[in-house]
Design a protein around this ligand. Structure first.
Ligand code: SAH
Length: 234
């Protein structure tokens, strides 16, 4: 999507676009492309595609959750910073933790954080299962885009939510996974409140925001030791 379409679509999401935010996104894009030559960050490098499939797509989380408050957010498996860095650029007030198992990506994120002078943002090099054990009930909102199957993600994300917090994974295809995740939601005392389905502008591919609410405390059994479930594609 070109710059004009990006601005108008982001404004349709109810998000204010300022020149400062556009400058930050532009610098982020430059760093992404530059570093992508040295370390594998993204398969998408065309500018209009990055603005649509990474930048705009990351901001669609606002369809499911109001990010205008001083909340604590965690992005599991953030990769090159999606959706976490983009959310931070547009919502200064949030305190966000980005987690990824690949150190090279975390180093890249720290360069972006420095260059863009972002604050209240923490890039952590850790596997989600280790991170989760140390951060029980810390976050108001946990998100994760294109990382793992829902039953696995639930186990890693719901324990770190405060009671009544929300886990909102962002996914393209979900049908099969949804069925297989029913039991994990039950044992983690959480409910699937709704699924917000929409199409990306321009190319119309499908997106889903799965809105999961943590109803009460998670049993001490979770997150489980991952030896037991490591056959899953995480
Ligand atoms: N969320 C980003 C990246 C998706 S790729 C985006 O939408 O573009 C999946 C990312 O999850 C990779 O960066 C990978 O390193 C990370 N990842 C995979 N398993 C993980 C684990 N167990 N703990 C933490 N990060 C993990």
């Amino acid at each position: 999507m070109n710059k004009e379409l990006f601005i108008s679509e982001v404004e349709k999401l109810g998000i204010k676009v300022t020149q400062d935010k556009l400058n930050k996104l532009n610098r982020y894009y430059e760093l992404l492309v530059e570093w992508n030559e040295k370390i594998n960050l993204t398969a998408i490098t065309d500018k209009e595609e990055v603005y649509l499939k990474h930048f705009y797509d990351s901001l669609t989380l606002i369809k499911a959750y109001d990010l205008n408050n001083n909340i604590k957010v965690c992005d599991i498996g953030t990769g090159a910073g999606f959706p976490g860095i983009v959310l931070k650029i547009f919502f200064d007030n949030i305190d966000i933790t980005l987690v990824d198992a690949l150190n090279k990506r975390i180093n890249f994120l720290n360069i972006v954080i420095d260059e863009l002078k972002l604050d209240k943002i923490h890039a952590i090099h850790e596997r989600a299962e280790t991170f989760a054990k140390k951060h029980i009930e810390e976050f108001d909102l946990v998100t994760s885009r294109a990382v793992a199957k829902l039953n696995i993600l639930n186990e890693l994300s719901i324990p770190i939510l405060k009671i009544n917090g929300y886990f909102i994974p962002m996914k393209a295809n979900i049908e099969e996974e949804l069925k297989k995740s029913q039991n994990s939601l039950k044992v983690l005392n959480s409910t699937l409140e709704k699924i917000i389905t929409f199409n990306l502008p321009k190319e119309n591919s499908i997106r889903n925001l799965i809105v999961i609410n943590k109803n009460s405390k998670t049993s001490d059994k979770y997150p489980r030791n991952f030896d037991k479930i490591k056959k899953n594609p995480l």
